[in-house]
Structure formats: C-alpha cells, structure tokens
Design a protein around this ligand. Structure first.
Ligand code: APR
Length: 320
C-alpha cells in the first residue's frame, strides 16, 4: 500500500514541527507548502536528512505551488500570521481571513478528499471560513484547539498533584483559549473527577480556578516569553494526534472545533466539542448535558465566536 500523503500548508514554526513529528511517526509522505519560497524546501530537506539517523521512511518535499498538495489525505493549515506580545488572537482576523480564502481555493482544487485540520488563529472563526471557502464536507474540516487547551490543563494539573500527565484527563468545551470552558466534573486523575479531588482536599476551589485561568492564558504566557512568535511544539503535537486518529481510524475521542448543526443548541458555527475522529472524519459529536453554570460559560464562549464570524462576514460577505 502506498504511503499516505500529508500536506502542511504553512511551513513556519508550527509547520516545520508538524513535518518533523509526522516524519518521526511515519504517518506518510510530507509536502511542506508556503508562499515564502525556499523555506518549505529547506525545512523539508533538513528533516529528510534526519531520517537516516532517526530511522524513519518518508519523503519530504517543499513547494510554493498548490499543485504539490494534489491528492493529499490530510492537510494541516498553519498559513497566516502568528501573535506577537500585546496582540490577541482576534487581532489576526483580517490578515488571516484573506489567507484562508487562498488556502481554501487551493485545497478545493487539489485535495478535495482530504481531512483538513486548521490551526490558524483566531481558530474557531478561521476554520469556519476555511470550510466555506474550500467547500469540503463539514465533517472533514476541523480546528485544532481543544487538544492543546486540554494538554495545557493536564500538564498544570499533573504538576499540582505530582502525578503523571498520563493519568490526568481533561474535558474542555468552547472557543480556543480565552473563553475555553473546562468541565471539572469530567476532568479526572485516574478517573477521579476534579470535583471529588476538591472534596478530598487535594486542591482548593480557588487554586483550581487559578490553574484554569493559567490554562486559558496558556498561549499568551508563551507569546510573552518568546516575544517573537507564539507556541509551536504543543500545537503541532496536538494536531498530529488528530491526524493520526484519522489516518489510522483510531476513533479517538478528542475535543476539536467541529461544525455544529444544532448540537449544543448551536447552528452553523465551529465550536470546541468532544468528537470521535476516525476514517470518516468527525464521526460523531458527543453531546453531554451541561449544568447551569457550564451552559452559561459555554453560551458566552459561543457568543464570542459568533462575534468573530460576524466580523469575517463584514470583510468577506460571501461567507454569509
Ligand atoms: N499562503 C501560504 N503560507 C502563508 C501565507 C499564505 N497566504 N501567508 C503566510 N504564510 C506562511 C508564512 O510565510 C509563514 O511561514 O505561514 C507561515 C506561518 O508561520 P509562523 O509565522 O512561523 O507562524 P506559526 O507559529 O507557525 O503559527 C501559524 O497558527 O497557532 C496559529 O496563531 C498562530 O495563526 C498562527 C498560525
């Protein structure tokens, strides 16, 4: 069986890291694409030269022409600009929306059967626009946010409790970052909900709230430290987990920005929800009952995403 083809649209910090991880995990042959000529070619060649040392088999090529992504099984989109200190994800909207229009056209023409994972921010609005610009089926276009937000939450919880990250699960809903809704009663240490851990005296409610706030600000904390860009190792690892679940039909239950058509009371928007990702793309959206406080936080998050989609429509009325 021929290898799968993975197209990375955008070959900056996240794109390069995606290529490296996809190679190390032998997910398939990799095409790096970017408008900056030379960058995708150079990164592809560099990573390919690590393959004899690491012992993985994959072809890595770079291109500045969309024809190179032809027939891709998976496209991971990071094209656009990243945040600098003082910028919010929403500040990127105008520039990155135009980028999504170009990327959508390229995918529509050359990779209409791909599973598409968008990482470009502001995530929930960009993935929504990308699906419309590309015209691909809604279950085949998703946004990466929840896996990253929950990874940050899991790390901070594991450090707080001094337990392995492997034994901490986190359940998050809603938009990326600032309006993320962590569900404490569904986040666990080895199956014990955080709400029980509070009762057991492992953590106070106040301390838990601080950890949640640090998670929400997780991206900004890194932008503040790096000063010249935003996070890339954890975002890349998160998107690779989603791509792997699709390519290997693992049916992982992962929080992703998925198209909602009535689930959770939301219509024609992308919002972070738990999903099953397999060979059929988004095979199922897991709908749970929310309590009053959770529903309020979720509604607030949805309203923030709706505001961004409105801003997109004002710039590109065809999105309506
Ligand atoms: N088409 C293709 N590539 C583009 C385009 C375009 N129209 N516009 C910009 N790019 C490329 C840039 O040349 C650059 O190499 O996208 C790449 C973005 O890389 P970085 O600036 O290093 O950004 P990165 O850290 O990878 O983040 C990318 O993901 O998490 C989000 O907020 C982040 O929106 C940002 C995106």
């Amino acid at each position: 069986m021929a290898r799968k083809k993975i197209a990375l649209i955008g070959s900056g910090m996240i794109g390069g890291t995606l290529a490296h991880l996809a190679g190390l995990k032998e997910l398939g042959d990799i095409v790096l694409f970017d408008i900056a000529d030379g960058i995708p070619q150079g990164k592809g060649l560099d990573i390919a030269q690590s393959s004899p040392v690491e012992g993985f088999n994959a072809s890595l090529t770079g291109a500045s022409d969309y024809a190179a992504i032809e027939g891709a099984d998976v496209c991971i989109v990071t094209a656009g600009v990243a945040r600098k200190p003082g910028m919010s994800r929403d500040d990127l909207l105008g520039i990155n929306l135009k980028v999504m229009e170009q990327v959508g056209a390229g995918i529509k023409k050359y990779a209409p059967n791909a599973f598409v994972i968008c990482i470009t921010n502001p995530l929930d609005a960009m993935v929504w626009a990308l699906q419309k610009f590309s015209g691909l089926p809604k279950n085949m276009v998703v946004g990466m946010a929840g896996v990253l937000d929950s990874a940050r939450f899991r790390l901070f919880l594991s450090e707080e409790f001094k337990v392995s990250v492997q034994d901490v699960t986190a359940f998050v809903l809603g938009g990326h970052g600032d309006t993320m809704v962590p569900l404490a009663r569904y986040s666990t240490v080895a199956g014990i909900p955080l709400t029980d851990l509070v009762k057991m005296g492992w953590v106070t409610k106040e301390r838990l709230e601080e950890i949640i706030q640090r998670t929400r600000d997780g991206g900004a904390e890194i932008v503040g430290l790096l000063k010249t860009g935003s996070a890339y190792y954890a975002p890349a690892a998160s998107a690779i987990e989603m791509a792997e679940s699709y390519l290997k039909d693992k049916k992982r239950v992962l929080p992703v920005a998925a198209h909602l058509s009535g689930q959770y009371g939301v219509k024609d928007m992308y919002v972070g929800v738990p999903t099953i990702i397999g060979a059929g793309g988004v095979e199922r959206i897991v709908e749970i009952d929310l309590n009053k406080a959770e529903q309020e936080a979720f509604d607030k998050s949805v309203a923030a995403v709706a505001g961004l989609c409105e801003a997109c429509i004002n710039i590109a009325p065809a999105l309506k």
